[in-house]
Design a protein around this ligand. Structure first.
Ligand SMILES: O=P(O)(O)OC[C@H]1O[C@H](O[C@H]2O[C@H](CO)[C@@H](O)[C@H](O)[C@H]2O)[C@H](O)[C@@H](O)[C@@H]1O
Length: 254
């Protein structure tokens, strides 16, 4: 059986379940990757189909991202009934107000920011993204050598702060003072909403960790190449959109 046929069969079986969680990563899954993080946009139609899915009965829908919640709201423009999980699970649209960094976290954040600012001085083409609980060193668009040395400098900073959560990603290194993880967030949401199974699609390191944390009965899909723990794979964001449309048609026909 081809991979595409196996995925279609799995989707059909998933769509018949009484109550499901459909969760989707943002960057590299709904939105093609671009050099400037604030220029990322979901493919036309993909947020509409998520909203349509969320309006169906017994169908919980969430965008689960490393973006902080406020940025995720801004970039997607979606709100209830679509749920948002930001900062890799630290901030959610359904448990507000989000936790605020305490004095110790603020002190660790300030020390980290000072060291990463030094990294930027030495690697002026690299960029820093500030989120409430983390800092992200970005190297997309840099010459390969410059990107590699900037990321190594970031990893050296991480090595001096073992109390921080260091997460490599696609041409980024994220250092967080508070961490939950997409897998934990998905499992908690699935339990709270009492779903029978979770569909999750994503493309990056944090999504792989989620695939690992989900149950074998969940339906996991990797976007793009690379080793994966997901049970299925699609090529790109356009294929994700097709999957979501197929899921909507199947759930709507129940
Ligand atoms: O969990 P995600 O929704 O996939 O978010 C993960 C990180 O995505 C962003 O960085 C990635 O996308 C950028 C825009 O396309 C790209 O420039 C960068 O190279 C990618 O790694 C975001 O900026 C991070 O904060 C997210 O953690």
């Amino acid at each position: 059986m081809s991979g595409a046929t196996a995925l279609l069969q799995a989707l059909e079986q998933f769509a018949t379940l009484p109550r499901v969680l459909i969760a989707v990563d943002f960057d590299g899954t709904l939105a093609p990757l671009v050099d400037e993080p604030m220029a990322a946009r979901a493919l036309p139609g993909s947020l509409d189909v998520l909203t349509d899915l969320a309006r169906l009965s017994d169908t919980v829908v969430a965008v689960v991202s490393g973006r902080d919640l406020s940025t995720l709201r801004q970039l997607t423009g979606v709100s209830d009934p679509v749920l948002l999980v930001g900062s890799h699970g630290v901030e959610t649209s359904y448990e507000e107000p989000a936790p605020q960094p305490g004095p110790r976290e603020r002190a660790r954040f300030a020390a980290l920011e000072a060291e990463l600012t030094d990294v930027l001085r030495a690697h002026p083409l690299a960029r820093l993204e500030r989120k409430p609980h983390s800092l992200v060193l970005h190297t997309r668009g840099l010459p390969e050598d410059a990107a590699a040395t900037a990321l190594r400098a970031g990893q050296d900073v991480a090595g001096r702060h073992p109390d921080l959560q260091a997460t490599p990603g696609k041409q980024v290194l994220e250092l967080a003072v508070r961490h939950v993880g997409k897998g934990v967030a998905l499992r908690d949401l699935a339990a709270a909403r009492q779903v029978d199974a979770t569909f999750y699609v994503g493309d990056d390191v944090t999504d792989e960790r989620a695939f690992q944390d989900l149950a074998p009965t969940d339906l996991t899909v990797r976007v793009g190449p690379g080793q994966t723990l997901a049970r299925h794979r699609v090529d790109n964001e356009r294929a994700v959109l097709r999957l979501l449309r197929a899921l909507w048609a199947m759930r709507n026909a129940r």
